[in-house]
Design a protein around this ligand. Structure first.
Ligand code: SF4
Ligand code: SF4
Length: 172
């Protein structure tokens, strides 16, 4: 490749979401390990499941910081109906039975926030007030760009995952 090609490649790489392995909560570790095992056993090709999980994890990390300063208190937008939907989704799509926390109002709220892995609750993970209300975070343009880039990557992988399921394969 020429230097110009190298520069273009480097520029394209810079624009991709960074799939860095960040620290995961202890509740997520078994899910992540299961995914790694499936990837190792080639149950879903090319490591896509792990990539999808990492993208959701990254999405969680960029959205949760927006909620840390929530005037109403982080998690105030949660609702038991959403928890019930997440419970069904995790079972149907991934064959995962989520353990309830015993919280008085929400099925999966723990002492440090929701305990469900980000990819098992996609609607919650991608929810922020500003995105839902304005379609962007007008006070944070770089963050908005990151959000939609991640969302695009996630949506494309979800298409693959769901089509894989529709071809008659068992839940991942
Ligand atoms: S989405 Fe909005 S209401 Fe919900 S925790 Fe975040 S900032 Fe608060
Ligand atoms: S983030 Fe967790 S606790 Fe909140 S609605 Fe979603 S599943 Fe329920």
């Amino acid at each position: 490749m020429s230097n110009e090609d190298d520069d273009k490649q480097a520029e394209a790489d810079d624009k991709k979401p960074k799939l860095i392995e960040t620290e995961v909560g202890k509740e997520w570790a078994p899910v992540r390990d299961m995914a790694r095992q499936r990837v190792k056993n080639k149950l879903w090709n090319d490591g896509k499941e792990l990539e999808l999980i990492q993208l959701y994890q990254r999405m969680y990390e960029i959205t949760v910081v927006k909620c840390k300063r929530c005037a109403k208190g982080a998690g105030s937008c949660c609702h038991i109906m959403m928890c019930e939907m997440v419970e069904k989704y995790a079972k149907k799509e991934y064959g995962v039975t989520l353990l309830r926390t015993g919280h008085s109002k929400l099925l999966f709220m723990g002492s440090n926030g929701c305990i469900v892995a980000p990819h098992l609750r996609p609607v919650c993970t991608t929810h922020t007030c500003k995105i839902v209300t304005y379609g962007c975070d007008f006070e944070d343009k770089p963050w908005t760009a990151d959000f939609f880039e991640l969302k695009k990557q996630i949506a494309l992988l979800e298409c693959d995952r769901i089509n894989y399921r529709r071809r008659g394969n068992a839940p991942l």
